[in-house]
Design a protein around this ligand. Structure first.
Ligand code: ASP
Ligand code: MG
Length: 460
């Protein structure tokens, strides 16, 4: 049994939905199909909520537009005997949405809980429609089985409860294909509508695939698979045919936007392969993600990058005490809920640097200055300094250390072309060499690194 997830662009137009129908209707056995909201709709739902809360009354026209977009799809693709019912469902949902927006415009406020409710309508509408477009498919309401719990103000999947509810609501073996909405959920304690975070439909599909022990999780999107780099920056980037779970996690956490990062863990844990496929080019083989890293080609798997990175550095003699500086800095970050992108050795010695999101930089500076206040006084820490407008380039492959001298070679190449390499993290991770460069040099650096990795100049 397969779980197939179709993203917003796959369900966004009549033409792409025709492809979805072709893909699912030709499966040999029933499957679970998870869908996103129609492409771009989640953003629109949010924008309309903000406008309504500011007292603008464009929300009426907006809701009429949303309703029209869905009914055009129903008219074009749902067989006539099923149209009345699905149209009534969508009409009911858009009427509720209009009431919520009206409420927002009256109270002139947008509570987080209400925004979660508003964004849920996208997947609630798309999923009932897709169920009726497909041959022999039934709709299952994911609000009945995906549960979240609060974790530091965020909603995260409540795995145990979700697992048992999935088994309760989706009976195996499947009698027919089951279509459900991704992304949306309910809080396990309050029953309020919540979600798994932007891009979270992938994660819904992974939770279902893992629980039901699917043979394969297919993520249908609008690109041919994971690429060796972002093709908008590197025109000769190519599709990576095979990669390991770890490599895909690493590329995603360093900026590759192919799948929502939390997606990989549940299926990895159950060893269920993921295939990334293109709805607009269904015969392309895509990227297969498995745990068989041994049989993968020896070269670098891919290069990704994260802009808007900052680097906080501690300089002074204390940095010679690696264990102490590491543990105290990490703890200071953890206590303040700051996530660290990586630890790097700056080009200058006697310093210890942490790369993190620019948005967290101020908080990180404060935390480190407080942590090292005694040492700043007494002199073994000279200063805590900050550099912003940086990009992290991540060069990814499992056991990357086996490619001898790769980090040094890449840094040399960049420096030879005049790139001001700020720091490098080579050897700290089994999977990634990270190089920090100024944002202004990011594109050029990515090109240099990509061609050094993929133009046959590789070591080995
Ligand atoms: N519709 C949601 C979003 O746009 C979830 C998803 O598409 O995965 O973020
Ligand atoms: Mg997505």
């Amino acid at each position: 049994m397969k779980v197939l997830k179709f993203g917003g662009t796959s369900v966004g137009t009549v033409d792409s939905l025709r492809n979805v129908k072709r893909i699912v209707d030709s499966l040999e056995e029933p499957a679970v199909v998870v869908v996103s909201a129609l492409g771009g709709l989640t953003d629109r739902l949010i924008a309309t909520a903000r406008a309504a809360a500011q007292g603008e009354d464009s929300f009426r026209d907006d809701v009429a537009g949303f309703a029209r977009r869905h009914s055009e799809i129903i008219e074009a693709l749902v067989p006539s005997d099923r149209r009345t019912e699905v149209s009534a469902t969508v009409r009911g949902l858009t009427a509720q949405l209009l009431e919520i927006y009206t409420g927002l415009s009256l109270i002139r406020d947008l509570p987080a809980k209400t925004l979660d409710l508003v964004v849920s309508f996208g997947e609630r509408m798309s999923s009932v429609i897709v169920a009726d477009i497909l041959e022999n498919a039934v709709h299952a309401d994911s609000l009945e089985f995906i549960r979240t719990e609060k974790w530091f103000n965020r909603d995260i999947a409540a795995r145990q409860l979700t697992d048992s509810l999935i088994s309760e609501k989706i009976a195996l073996p499947l009698a027919a294909t089951v279509v459900t909405g991704g992304f949306i959920s309910r809080d396990k304690d309050t029953g309020d509508i919540t979600n798994l975070g932007r891009g979270g439909s992938d994660y819904t599909a992974a939770l279902i695939a893992a629980r039901l022990g699917a043979d394969l999780l297919e993520i249908w999107t609008d690109v041919d698979g994971f690429m060796t780099a972002d093709p908008r920056i590197i025109p000769d980037a190519r599709v990576i045919p095979d990669m390991s779970f770890i490599e895909s996690m690493e590329l995603c956490s360093y900026g590759a936007k192919v799948i929502y990062p939390p997606t990989i863990y549940p299926v990895f844990h159950r060893n269920i392969p993921i295939r990334i496929l293109n709805t607009h080019n269904p015969s392309a083989p895509g990227t297969l993600i498995t745990d068989s890293s041994d049989s993968l080609p020896a070269d670098v798997r891919g290069v990704s990058s994260v802009k808007k990175t900052a680097m906080v550095s501690v300089t002074g003699s204390l940095t010679a005490n690696v264990a102490e500086i590491n543990s105290r800095s990490f703890n200071a970050m953890a206590r303040n809920g700051i996530s660290i992108l990586l630890v790097a050795q700056p080009a200058s010695d006697a310093a210890f640097s942490i790369a993190l999101a620019e948005a967290d930089a101020g908080k990180a500076m404060e935390a480190l200055r407080a942590e090292f206040a005694p040492e700043l006084q007494e002199g073994s820490v000279r200063e805590v300094s900050l550099e912003t407008d940086l990009t992290v380039l991540a060069v990814v492959r499992e056991s990357i250390k086996e490619i001898k001298g790769l980090g040094a070679r890449l840094v040399n190449t960049l420096q030879r072309y005049g790139v001001d390499v700020k720091a490098v993290s080579d050897g700290a991770s089994e999977t990634t060499i990270a190089i920090i460069v100024p944002d202004s040099d990011a594109v050029r650096s990515l090109r240099l690194v990509h061609s050094a990795c993929f133009s046959g100049q590789q070591a080995q």
